[in-house]
Design a protein around this ligand. Structure first.
Ligand SMILES: [Zn+2]
Length: 176
């Protein structure tokens, strides 16, 4: 299994017939539609494709993508990193009719002869990104958040070392 850029113009049905697995990196170049929406990624993402045929002889692929995107927080308009993890099971179809007749476990993947794996990975990311992301905690700078985190950690640790009577000990005393 090799990693590197995701290969382009692949015969997906041929890969499924041979039961091929492909892992690759997802780079900003692979994501033109995300870039158009002003969404970038942090470092490189990764994508894994597991091609096979199912018991009905469909050409199927399990796709998982992991990437960290940078989006604009809809509350403070600052940048925020959003980790995205996707997992889908897709079946290659030629037509919309064929797509409509797929079992619900499969997402239709409309492919004619060849497809770019990066296109599939991008589609997965586009479907998974939040519509209106906001910072999970409050919209504070990283330094402010770090200070807050330190404050929260302090008292909790002290409390943990305090002795507490176990519920069993209480029960024992009640019995006697
Ligand atoms: Zn914010």
């Amino acid at each position: 299994m090799k990693t590197g850029a995701l290969p382009k113009q692949l015969d997906l049905r041929g890969l499924a017939a041979r039961g091929v697995q492909i892992n690759g990196t997802v780079s900003p170049d692979d994501l033109p539609r995300l870039a158009e929406s002003g969404i970038g990624i942090v470092d490189l993402g990764s994508a894994a494709f597991d091609f096979r045929r199912d018991e009905e002889a469909r050409y199927v692929v399990a796709v998982s993508v992991e990437v960290k995107v940078v989006m604009q927080c809809q509350r403070c308009l600052g940048d925020m990193e959003v980790p995205i993890t996707t997992a889908s099971l897709m079946a290659c179809v030629w037509t919309d009719e064929e797509a409509a007749s797929l079992p619900a476990t499969y997402e239709p993947l409309l492919v004619e002869d060849a497809a770019d794996l990066s296109d599939i990975a991008e589609e997965e990311i586009l479907l998974a990104i939040p519509v209106s992301p906001v910072h999970e905690t409050e919209c504070k700078s990283e330094a402010q958040q770090a200070a807050l985190a330190a404050e929260v950690e302090g008292p909790e640790k002290v409390e943990d070392t305090g002795e507490r009577e176990s519920p069993f000990a209480v029960l024992e005393r009640l019995k006697s």
